[in-house]
Write a protein that binds this ligand. Structure first.
Ligand code: 3H9
Length: 694
């Protein structure tokens, strides 16, 4: 037996313990150990029942994702689970932590399931572009019906032990002493029970079929182009049409189809990239400073969103505003978030009250004297921000960490307003800040390591996905966005309508196209930026002014009812605007451009080439530490389809040589905009890919 699985006995009950930190992933050695242990316990005449339990922080959290992509080694998880299910002695799975994926499937193949009350169980394979492949799609619907089973597998979000218990997925919940409770439970069992024979979930066939139809409808709309969701639905349908064994074989085929797909490779890449982005050199060299009280300056959309994110994590927040009216608005902005949840029945009044008890508002900076960290989230103007930092410098304690929530401004220009610039970093939150996962942590030169480590500790506490960025204009995300945004503008002026460009981007897998996104963010933001950048613009650079013309009409996007699109009666989804097309035609005529047509393929080739080429510059200048950080930035902050793994992963798959050829061809049309990045050229010359740089 392997060291990762141990077998012991308590009286007549055998204890099989899985000990593979940190999450007891089910790698080959664990599977083999588990198989051997169960066989051995079954063969032991003294043993009357078996308990399977995880050591450390959790019951297995699933298959070992690192093994995917390599040849599968025996024993396979479904065979291990068969051994457990076919065991002649009762097997009890004792769950704690996060029993996920293959881990939960082991529990489902066991005859009984007992769990600590704070356990979460689930089948999150969908987030890896996979489906449950060890019986999950066949057992869960048999136990709890199609609607709940599809919810668990299509959302991939773990559910509480209580919800699982109510649905019949867990038999018994205990508050503490899991092993003792499981031993007592197991010692009283006399017979085995097989989840495969359950039919409770199948009793109401019309409801079952209705749930399948609803899921299919949802997947086609909201999970467009993805393979795994439809495979999950097909597997659940198979529970009606096939025997358990046939269904399992069908599930197995679907699992391997998904595993072989580019989509699962992209999503698995994203899984590891999101964990790697938190591992920065500074956090390896220094411990974070204590973080018990947070200050937030500004109660507008961003300040309130950041406050909510902090309050949700249990961090007390002192919000500073310039006067009583503004402070009242700030508090209202925070409360609005909870009131919406209350209205939807997602939280109780008590919950809101307990969270709001952590909130303090003030108009006096001196009230930040105890704060360990302060995040400034005021208007995006350097003079305003500098004034705030001057005030903060007077009142913050010596060890305090200062952060500016900015999307563009040079942090050095802000930090020089304080006497301690080595304690100032940038935190670029994305709106809505309490929802969006991405947090760009902007690290100017000379910032103390423990200050950077504190920024990453804050991100972890708030449940954000942090990406380290150098202090370059627009940081990682907006800098690259600026470039491919320009590429889209060129295509628009050359003949593609904004609606065709958006349709191509949507078909690629984005939730919306770039013009719809501009409308959502507000066209005036870009207009202001272009006006302030005008004096320093390179005159040789192509200057598309279509969106300026739109702004000159006062059409700033959704908030004014029209932008690139029309939004009649407050509509959230826009319709094409013939007047915008007229504006575009006029601009083309002014420049003497004869419009030509663009296929979706060409639109995406140019769009991706602009994105990846600028990303190479961001890497070359060490603004981003590695390509996978850029992938994370675009997946988490800019709607890049996760199933494509991010722009750099996509580029590796597309072929770097082919992408460079495209860029060189575009360069002949516009040598100012299209300059191949030396990093891309060198990478190809060395026969490497972005993956090699990760
Ligand atoms: C599956 O089960 C398929 C089956 O249906 C069929 C098979 C035939 N494997 O996230 P954290 C690592 S598919 C390998 O920072 P947390 C992770 O990379 C699987 N490694 O901790 C990190 O490593 P490092 C279905 C894994 O507390 C470390 O563990 N299951 C795995 O924030 C800590 O992770 C899933 O999709 C794994 N399965 O969150 C669950 N899981 O320190 C995926 C984690 O080197 N995992 N690692 O960076 C999770 O959702 C979270 O990790 C979990 C803990 C909630 C468990």
């Amino acid at each position: 037996m392997s060291d990762l699985v141990t077998l012991s006995k308590s009286g007549t009950v055998a204890i099989v313990e899985i000990n593979n930190p940190p999450v007891n992933a089910l790698g080959q050695a664990v599977r083999k150990g588990l198989l051997d242990a169960v066989k051995q316990a079954e063969a032991d005449p003294e043993v009357t029942a078996i308990v399977i339990i995880g050591a450390g922080r959790t019951f297995p959290a699933g298959a070992d994702i690192k093994e995917f992509g390599r040849p599968m080694e025996d024993p396979h998880l479904p065979d291990v689970i068969d051994q457990i299910e076919n065991c002649a002695k009762p097997v009890v799975a004792a769950l704690h932590g996060t029993a996920l994926g293959g881990g939960f499937e082991i529990a489902l193949g066991s005859h009984y399931r007992i769990a600590l009350s704070d356990t979460r169980v689930g089948l999150p394979e969908i987030h890896l572009g996979l489906i449950p492949g060890a019986g999950g799609t066949q057992r869960v619907p048999r136990l709890c019906g199609a609607e709940m089973a599809l919810g668990i597998m299509l959302k991939g979000t773990p559910i509480s032990a209580q919800a699982a218990n109510a649905a019949g997925l867990i038999d018994c919940i205990v508050e503490s002493d899991l092993l003792d409770a499981a031993l007592t439970y197991a010692s009283q069992l006399t017979q085995v029970r097989r989840t495969r024979d359950e039919t409770r979930g199948l009793t109401d066939e019309p409801a079952y079929r209705a749930a399948l139809a609803a899921a299919e409808n949802m997947a086609n709309k909201r999970m467009r182009g993805q393979i795994a969701p439809l495979q999950i639905i097909a597997c659940v349908k198979a529970t009606l049409e096939k025997t358990f064994d046939e269904g399992r074989l069908y599930e197995r085929d679907c699992f391997f189809d998904c595993l072989a797909s580019e989509q699962s490779k992209g999503m698995i890449h994203a899984f590891f990239a999101e964990r790697a982005s938190a591992k920065v050199p500074e956090a390896g060299r220094a411990q974070p400073r204590p973080l018990n009280i947070l200050g937030v300056v500004g109660g507008g959309t961003m300040g309130a969103g950041i406050t909510v994110a902090a309050l949700n994590s249990g961090l007390p927040v002192t919000m500073i505003e310039r006067d009583d009216d503004s402070l009242k608005r700030g508090r209202t902005n925070v409360e609005k978030v909870y009131d919406r949840l209350l209205a939807k029945g997602r939280i109780t009044h008590d919950h809101k009250a307990s969270v709001m008890a952590l909130y303090t508002g003030s108009t006096d900076y001196a009230d930040l004297c105890d704060a360990d960290m302060v995040i400034e989230a005021v208007f995006e103007r350097l003079d305003v921000k500098r004034e705030v930092f001057t005030q903060l410098d007077k009142v913050m304690k010596p060890s305090a960490v200062f952060a500016s929530n900015t999307s563009y401004i040079d942090i050095d220009h802000i930090s020089s307003a304080t006497g301690r610039p080595n304690q100032v970093l940038g935190l670029h939150f994305f709106s809505p800040a309490n929802i969006m996962k991405l947090l760009e942590i902007v690290v100017p030169k000379g910032v103390a390591d423990d200050v950077v480590a504190t920024g990453f500790a804050l991100a972890k506490r708030l449940g954000k996905v942090p990406v380290r960025s150098g202090n370059s204009a627009g940081f990682i995300g907006n800098r690259i966005l600026g470039k491919y945004g320009m590429c889209a503008a060129h295509m628009m002026e050359d003949g593609a309508t904004p609606y065709e460009i958006d349709a191509a981007i949507y078909a690629f897998g984005y939730p919306m196209g770039i013009h719809a996104m501009y409308d959502l963010a507000g066209l005036d933001i870009g207009w202001d930026n272009r006006k302030s950048a005008a004096p320093t613009r390179n005159p040789a650079e192509r200057d598309v002014q279509i969106s300026d013309r739109i702004c000159e009409h006062g059409w700033f996007g959704q908030k004014t009812g029209r932008g690139f699109y029309l939004y009649p009666q407050g509509a959230r989804i826009g319709t094409p605007d013939p007047k915008v097309l007229t504006i575009i035609e006029a601009e083309r005529a002014l420049k003497g451009i004869t419009p030509r047509s663009f296929s979706y393929e060409e639109i995406m080739e140019r769009y991706m080439a602009a994105m990846v080429n600028e990303a190479c510059e961001v890497l070359r200048e060490a603004v981003a530490l590695k390509p996978s950080d850029i992938d994370v930035t675009f997946i988490q902050g800019y709607g890049f389809p996760r199933f494509r793994g991010g722009p750099m992963k996509y580029a590796d798959g597309y072929g770097l040589g082919k992408m460079l050829d495209n860029i060189r061809a575009y360069e002949t049309e516009d040598p100012v905009f299209w300059k191949p990045s030396p990093l891309l050229v060198d990478l190809i010359a060395a026969g490497h890919t972005f993956e090699d740089l990760n």
